[in-house]
Each structure stands twice: as structure tokens, then as C-alpha cells.
Design a protein around this ligand. Structure first.
Ligand SMILES: *[C@@H]1O[C@H](CO)[C@@H](O)[C@H](O)[C@H]1NC(C)=O
Ligand SMILES: *[C@@H]1O[C@H](CO)[C@@H](O)[C@H](O)[C@H]1NC(C)=O
Length: 204
């Protein structure tokens, strides 16, 4: 009985030592870089957060196309598409709402219209960012409501955003004309366990 307890506490010691070893071996993800006015981060052992805002610039028939026509419900308008419509986009992300402001990334993805009123869809996107010292991508998957803000859960990331969770809020800024601007707020969070996760080598 006593021997078993001694063996158990030895095992516990070994596990704690091993965790400490991991902690020293792997640096925290997302190396510290200088933060801009629109960014914030909390450090410490309870995870880490990073927030910043970019603007998605989409032009119909130039950066976004309907590739599969929908089959029922609402028609094609500025804010609606028929049920089953699939469109694909590759939109630049700028640092300000102004289309001519500097580019800091790109959003590539697709949306499938999932309601008969044509206002909602399922969207997936890879958001690649090179902004204020942060480089990498964030992948999102979630529902879009065409005329009001949508929150997309972050399903993961690469580069400086490896192991990130959180959400991306997309809000239409200007829905008139052929070019549509969306405000894109990225709210990223690294849970404490990300600290122990392996950092992938750059693929060749
Ligand atoms: C920060 O965001 C605001 C609006 O959210 C914008 O007007 C401003 O230009 C941004 N500043 C930088 C440095 O990106
Ligand atoms: C985009 O192209 C399609 C197919 O050529 C056309 O039917 C549609 O009117 C165009 N949309 C706009 C907003 O220019």
C-alpha cells in the first residue's frame, strides 16, 4: 500500500518534470511583436488575446463570382441570392474602410445560400494576414446574415496564428454599388494548452 503510494507520487513528480521540460522546449506561439493602435493583447499564464480590424473589399464579377446558380426562393439582388447559390471570393483586406488604403491581407472563401429568403448562408474562409509584424492565416466557418453583422468561429490558424481560437466579426459597411466593404474584426485567443503544443515546421 505504502509502496504503491510512493510509486504514485514518483510518477506525479515525473509528469510535472516532463511538463516543465515541454514548457522550456517550446516557446509560446505567436512571438511578441509591436502592437498597433487597433490591437491589444493580454499575456500571462491564462492564455493570450490579440485583436485587430481590417476591411474586406469585394467587387461582384471581379473578386467574387456566383459559380453555381441557386434553385428556389428569392432572386439575385444586392442583399439576396436564391437558395443553393454558391459563390467564391478572393477579396483584399485593407487597413482602413477606404478601398485605396494599404493592403494587409486577403480573404479567400465560399458561401452557400441556405435560406429561401436568400438572406443567409454558410460561409467558409481562409484569412491570410501580413500586418504589423503578424504573419499567418486564420480559418473560419460559420453562418452569414447578409444585412447585419455575423460572427464566425475561428477553427484554427497557421504561422503566427497557429492554435488560435476566437471569432471574427464581419459587418457590412457599405452595401451600395458593385464594390461592397465589410469591416472585419479579428478577436483571437490562445488557450493555455497552446503553450505546450508543437510548432509546425514551415512546409517546403
Ligand atoms: C483603427 O480602426 C479605426 C476604425 O475602427 C480606423 O479608422 C483607423 O484608421 C484604424 N487605424 C489603424 C492604424 O489601422
Ligand atoms: C455579373 O455577371 C453576371 C453574368 O455575366 C451577370 O448576370 C450579372 O448581372 C453581373 N452582376 C453585376 C452586379 O454586374
Amino acid at each position: 500500500m505504502a509502496a504503491t503510494r510512493a510509486a504514485k507520487s514518483l510518477l506525479l513528480c515525473l509528469m510535472v518534470a516532463f511538463l516543465h521540460h515541454l514548457q522550456f522546449q517550446f516557446p509560446p506561439v505567436a512571438a511578441t511583436t509591436s502592437l498597433g493602435k487597433n490591437e491589444s493583447r493580454d499575456g500571462g499564464s491564462h492564455g493570450k488575446t490579440l485583436s485587430f480590424t481590417l476591411y474586406q473589399q469585394e467587387t461582384i464579377n471581379k473578386t467574387a463570382y456566383i459559380v453555381v446558380d441557386g434553385v428556389a426562393g428569392a432572386g439575385v439582388s444586392q442583399t439576396t441570392t436564391p437558395f443553393g447559390t454558391i459563390y467564391v471570393f478572393r477579396d483584399y483586406l485593407t487597413v482602413r474602410a477606404d478601398r485605396a488604403s494599404p493592403v494587409a491581407g486577403v480573404a479567400e472563401g465560399s458561401s452557400i445560400t441556405t435560406t429561401l429568403d436568400g438572406l443567409q448562408s454558410l460561409s467558409l474562409a481562409k484569412i491570410t494576414v501580413d500586418h504589423r509584424g503578424h504573419r499567418g492565416s486564420v480559418s473560419v466557418l460559420g453562418g452569414t446574415y447578409n444585412t447585419r453583422p455575423s460572427d464566425y468561429p475561428v477553427v484554427g490558424g497557421t504561422g503566427d496564428f497557429a492554435y488560435a481560437l476566437g471569432y471574427v466579426r464581419s459587418s457590412p459597411v457599405d452595401l451600395r454599388g458593385r464594390t461592397v466593404t465589410y469591416k472585419m474584426e479579428l478577436h483571437l485567443y490562445w488557450p493555455p494548452y497552446a503553450h505546450y503544443a508543437p510548432v509546425p515546421h514551415k512546409p517546403v
